[in-house]
Design a protein around this ligand. Sequence first.
Ligand SMILES: [Zn+2]
Length: 318
Amino acid sequence: METKMKVEVVLDMKAQHGEFMWPRASFGYQKSNENPNQLVPNLVAAVIVRKIFDMAASSNGVTGIVRYLNERNFPTPIKHAKAQGLNGNFDDGNGSWNSRSMKCILTNRTYTGILVQGKEKWAVEATHEPLVDPIAFDAIQKAFQARAYNVAPQGQPADNILKGKVICGCCGGKMQRKRGTCHADWYFFTCIIRNRLGADRCIRMYVREEDIFNAIYRQLKDYVNKHYITNSAYKQKIQKYARQIADITQCKTTAWINAMEHYEQYVQGKINKDELRAVQDIANQSKEALIQTTESKTAYEKQYDCRLYCQRYSKQWR
Ligand SMILES: [Zn+2]
């Protein structure tokens, strides 16, 4: 325990004085032959590091830089270290550049000439030749942060209320929702069948969530216009039914009184059976008309009855 503490104190002292103490220098540097505690640029690797920071300063994204380096077969840090005679069993993935290794370089403040050790525990000014201007380095960090926030802004992303409901018009597969990369607050749906099953399965449909919402809104509006009416229009229609029912009721009463009078005349032998049947038919027709109109009114009331709806939601509103 005591020995371990002593070692840590010595390491801390070395770090404070800007002496290099890691077994391996950051990619782009090597230990000086004269003073193994001093970092000096490595001829090959320093060119690559400078190129990486130049590209980043010119607004190239991580992916673009990775592709550039891989296309030209620039050695990765591990490949380079092995070429320099580094021993050991290193996991270098498939031996090509990737976003992770690229971000490690682009966020490593060591390249500004400051010796950083132990997760920025010690940062000593001007200990070795910088490979990137500190101002350019800070600008790159800011650009990364801005981009990172755009990809995954703080707070919860908006709910995916259309989840599983957006279907690809080309292949019929469910479309996946993705967040827009350039702006924080927009989404799109894309068909991933092409990526999974190949280009012949789908042309890869793409649609902005906003456009889907607009289409849904238009259809809802049409539906509401077609199926729902205003309160005053409803009242007018109900009043019209009521007037009709009153008129028909009056006609029916008159027709039935008339029919009964004709029945007495028939019994007394004053009119024949056909004459009686004619007035009876009129009375029956008016009865039928009253039933139909009353049913129509009831059906109309039922169609636009908001009482059930109100009862259901008024509990929540109160
Ligand atoms: Zn599709």
